[in-house]
Design a protein around this ligand. Structure first.
Ligand code: SAM
Length: 198
């Protein structure tokens, strides 16, 4: 591994090393409660999990009747997800969220958890643009968004003005609540949000 890929979270090698060494303080080893609640109160549709990591949520979406796809560009993460998911592992694609066609799908929902905050902020406008492309009008970007400050990123938290600038033109914030059962690394900084595509 060269020095850049060791320190640059926009490179798959950065994440390969963490998954290989088991240094994954973001990994919740389960499906977060707020997503379980969302799936109970929402009619199933077609959803995507970008930067899925271990991809526990694939099984939850599938069990709730959703058509679900997941993507991660770290081959080590994708191997792990496929092993954990068994037959549902075929729903996990190894590829770059920004480059992969994702079968040119239009999604009802894209689920975010610790993907945006894993990206260097210079990539955030590309993230917002890709979400605009992938989510149908009236569809939603849902999930966990990290707000606050971080002395040694990643994770890179948002501030509210940045979120408004990134998403405000194409999305409306239609649901926003604090998260009280975060992992230590995210404690007090996570919010469950639903951004509806205009
Ligand atoms: C902090 S981990 C979060 C994993 C998972 N979402 C979770 O909540 O456990 C960030 C993940 O995003 C993936 N990732 C980063 N940039 C990516 C990109 N451009 N395309 C696909 N995956 C990416 C990394 O490989 C890593 O698995």
């Amino acid at each position: 591994m060269n020095i850049d890929s060791a320190t640059d979270s926009s490179q798959p090698q950065f994440w390969d090393a963490r998954f290989t060494e088991g240094r994954m303080p973001w990994d919740c080893h389960d499906v977060p409660d707020k997503l379980k609640t969302y799936l109970l109160r929402t009619k199933p549709g077609h959803a995507l999990i970008p930067g899925c990591g271990s991809a526990y949520e694939v099984a939850a979406f599938h069990a709730a009747g959703w058509s679900i796809a997941a993507i991660d560009f770290s081959p080590v993460a994708v191997d792990r997800a496929k092993k954990l998911l068994g037959p549902l592992g075929e729903l996990v694609v190894c590829g770059d969220f920004f480059q992969h066609s994702l079968n040119e799908s239009s999604f009802d929902v894209v689920y975010e958890r610790t993907f945006l905050c894993a990206l260097p902020p210079k990539l955030w406008p590309d993230y917002a643009a890709r979400m605009r492309q992938l989510i149908r009008h009236g569809g939603k970007l849902i999930g966990f968004f990290l707000y606050g400050e971080e002395s040694e990123p990643p994770p890179y938290p948002l501030i509210k003005a940045q979120a408004d600038e990134l998403f405000g033109r194409d999305f409306i914030l239609t649901h926003d609540e604090p998260v009280t059962d975060s992992l230590p690394v995210f404690a007090g900084k996570e919010r469950w949000q639903e951004w509806t595509r205009r």
